[in-house]
Design a protein around this ligand. Sequence first.
Ligand code: KIV
Ligand code: NA
Length: 265
Amino acid sequence: SARVRIHHLQQAKERGEKWAMLTAYDTYSAQIFEEAGIPVMLVGDSGGNVVMGLNSTVPVTLEDILFMTRAVTRSTKRALIVADLPFGSYEAGPQQAFASAVRLMKDGGAQAVKLEGGVRVAPQIRLLHDSGIPVMAHIGFTPQSEHALGGFRVQGRGAGAEQLLADAHAVQEAGAFAVVLEMVPAEIAGQVTKELSIPTIGIGAGADCDAQVLVWPDMAGLNGGRVPKFVKKYADLRGELLRAAREYADEVRGGVFPGPEHSFE
Ligand code: KIV
Ligand code: NA
């Protein structure tokens, strides 16, 4: 069947139907999530952390995102594929954002792009929207700005609530089709979700958002380090892969593998 489209996400909000987004960076993960019926996949700059071995999203380049986006778009037919605009590829202004987004769509095959920021990037969102490029916004805690925000902190508390609401309305007004709310109090996220006509996608933003997103190696237990409070682990892939790698190595050392059934006469 055809790709999920942004009007389907709008219809889901109007019907009160929630949906789940996952990140994807490569062919097998994308194939598996498509088979699971995940309607929207994000080629996130979190790939910097979980694929590239970086400890921040700041160094991730447009070329890095393109490499992962091509793998994901080649491996899916149905999910809507959103590609992250990395740090430094859109902040200088609408023209820079346009040039970067065009690459993600023409060279990467993405159907939409995501960028971080609210009021501050409204001109970028407006030009992309007016040019026919669907834009997902991302407000609250925005990892590309971790140095300016003073680390991984909940946003929108106390006086920050007003800024969060202003950002949410600014991105909708500028033409975003959806907005990610990261690490904001559940009550504020619920208020934003009620006030906006576009879908909200929460990560560490409580149960009242229209949709949720998680970084897949976190939710699948592939990450061996600490994961944020908002992550639920749905599997222990790290344990399973560790077991498989050890068993394989043991069998090679013990002369058990390969057996005759794995050999040619
Ligand atoms: O890069 C990413 O994975 C993201 C999600 C956490 C929203 O931006
Ligand atoms: Na991101």
